[in-house]
Design a protein around this ligand. Structure first.
Ligand SMILES: [Zn+2]
Length: 231
């Protein structure tokens, strides 16, 4: 009987623990750095099989020679890194003194993601808004969290929910909004071949959802941001 490879062993462990491992799920609890190297080797062999099935000559085509390994490394270390890496460290600072910041904070984060249906690139921007709660995180952390959520196989609708949930966890803010604008490779490069088709998704919680004034302030802020950094 063929020996079990590491990916198979980890999948079985996740199944028996009832741990979901969809393309958009983080599974960093099940993989350490050493194991990642083994998984990259296993994925290289699997990608070699895919190239063979596509009838691409890996032996004499110099451009396809190292492609299987490049693909394996790219998936684990770059385009799907948010599945295998633990959450970015977002140390929170207290915001509970008498002169605490009580206003709205809106951060614009560039996103690179990949659709889980076709593994085509998704490129866009997320606007993350919160009403500051009793703690604050560093401004760059909003983008780190958003990018960590994005670097997986995603659906834009799910991605907006994931970012909202992780920002809520890191900041303790109950009033928040996430607005994403993105272009999808799977609409541009295949299927309907529609260039520059833009998809927008919005998740609103707490005051952002219930209070018209807060909601308006959020979208006014986004408009201001877009004037400074148009896309
Ligand atoms: Zn797609």
């Amino acid at each position: 009987m063929a020996e079990k490879n590491l990916a198979q062993a980890i999948r079985e462990q996740m199944k028996s623990n009832g741990k979901r491992f969809w393309a958009g799920d983080n599974i960093s609890d099940y993989i350490d750095e050493e194991q990642k190297e083994v998984l990259i080797n296993e994925a290289t062999t699997a990608f070699e099989g895919v190239l063979d099935a596509l009838l691409i000559d890996r032996e004499t085509d110099p451009n396809s020679h190292g492609t299987a390994r490049r693909l394996a490394k790219m998936y684990f270390n770059e385009i799907m890194a948010g599945r295998y890496d633990p959450a970015p460290d977002a140390t929170a600072f207290p915001n509970d003194s008498s002169d605490r910041y009580e206003g709205m904070l809106v951060v614009r984060s560039e996103l690179r993601s990949m659709c889980s249906h076709h593994h085509q690139p998704v490129t866009g921007v997320a606007y993350i808004g919160i009403i500051a709660a009793e703690k604050l995180i560093g401004l760059s952390k909003y983008t780190r969290i958003a990018q960590w959520c994005a670097r997986r196989g995603t659906l834009q609708e799910e991605l907006a929910n994931d970012i909202a949930r992780e920002i809520e966890k890191a900041t303790g803010a109950r009033d928040l909004g996430v607005y994403i604008q993105a272009v999808h490779g799977c609409c541009e490069n295949r299927g309907i071949m529609a260039h520059s088709s833009l998809t927008q998704t919005t998740v609103l919680k707490g005051a952002f959802k219930e209070d018209t004034g807060t909601k308006k302030e959020f979208f006014d802020n986004i408009k201001l941001q877009q004037e400074f950094a148009p896309r």
